[in-house]
Ligand binder design. Structure first.
Ligand code: RTP
Length: 148
């Protein structure tokens, strides 16, 4: 089954949106396989966002991510990478549809509350980076009510 890496950024944690965000993924039917609250350092944040190192907003992005605790999660389910991005909404909250997490809870692109892997390959890389210890191995008893 496909897995994705989801991170509630420091603004989402500070604003008390953790329960709301977890609830949206749970209610959709996805399974939580990994979860931890942690504050990452500069080198780690730069590694996570290495693909964006040439962007003008890179330093500000890294500063934002290391500014407080984040919630790192692994969610599992059919098409969870693509569907997770839909639940999250467009990168710029000004363009995120209402009903998406960013559309409902964010205004500025640099305070957009949440990160989600953009492809299966990047999800594998990010899960390896954030959960080197591995994730939980369990299967929800609700699967017959979620998958046909
Ligand atoms: P994420 O990785 O956080 O899920 O976001 P994304 O794929 O939707 O967007 P990406 O292009 O990978 O950018 C990563 C994060 O950088 C910040 N950003 N700021 N000031 C700007 O123009 C700008 N552009 C991007 C956002 O916080 C974005 O989520």
């Amino acid at each position: 089954m496909e897995q994705t890496f989801i991170m509630i950024k420091p603004d989402g944690v500070q604003r008390g949106l953790v329960g709301e965000i977890i609830g949206r993924f749970e209610k959709k039917g996805f399974s939580l396989k990994g979860l931890k609250l942690l504050t990452v350092g500069q080198a780690f944040a730069e590694k996570h966002y290495a693909d964006l190192s040439s962007k003008p907003f890179f330093n500000g992005l890294v500063e934002y991510i290391i500014s407080g605790p984040v919630v790192a999660m692994v969610w599992e389910g059919k098409n969870v990478v693509t569907t997770g991005r839909k639940i999250i909404g467009a990168t710029n909250p000004a363009e995120s549809a209402p009903g998406t997490i960013r559309g409902d809870f964010a205004i500025d692109i640099g305070r957009n509350v949440i990160h989600g892997s953009d492809a299966v390959e990047s999800a594998k890389k990010e899960i390896g980076l954030w959960f080197p210890e591995g994730v939980a191995n369990w299967s929800s008893s609700l699967h017959p009510w979620i998958y046909e």
